[in-house]
Design a protein around this ligand. Sequence first.
Ligand SMILES: *[C@@H]1O[C@H](CO)[C@@H](O)[C@H](O)[C@H]1NC(C)=O
Length: 200
Amino acid sequence: MLRIVLTVSFLFWNQLAAQNPVDEVIKLCERDDCLKPEVVINDKNYDEVELEFRQWVQTEVGAVDIKSALAIGLDKLFSYARCGNVAGTVIPLTASWGVFGYLKNGKIQQRFSVFVLIVPEVINPPEPTDPAVTLQTGPHIWYYGRVFDKKVDEQQTEELVIQLLKDLEQDNQPFNSTFFDITYFNTHGLMAIGFVKTGE
Ligand SMILES: *[C@@H]1O[C@H](CO)[C@@H](O)[C@H](O)[C@H]1NC(C)=O
């Protein structure tokens, strides 16, 4: 089995709303190789975070909820890392991993894009052999996000997404409300929920 090396690839910083999650992410970050965000702005009870360039593998999944989307999607992505690529080699993956989810009329849709980051040391990752798996790169981007550090179930996760959506709408923030992301940093529930800021 491929071991996912738990390094934090990017970091949501949150001083006001939640001291503990931030401490935890920082601890991870100090221990492991960590790419910090360029700029972090504390804003009300969420943060504005600028993420660095990063690369990941992704696959689209139709599933009833986030948990089952992750189960189906991560399996395909680990196959890519376990020689399921045109180079027939092992590609090291790293935290974080998660899903992009889609919203319609304030409801989470039953389709998700599941992703896992590829370590930055891999400069030109080989193409996947499975056409359902794609390589992605992200430019500098701004997010509105919140960090959590306790395990939450499916229903609570969905409620946290909708809560952030409503808070951003109420504050008239410029963000893309058609999709969100849920990013996991470790297996103990250290998690960030984010929406992409628009107009940057
Ligand atoms: C929001 O994101 C979707 C999906 O990437 C994109 O098609 C759409 O144009 C974006 N809308 C805005 C207002 O940026």
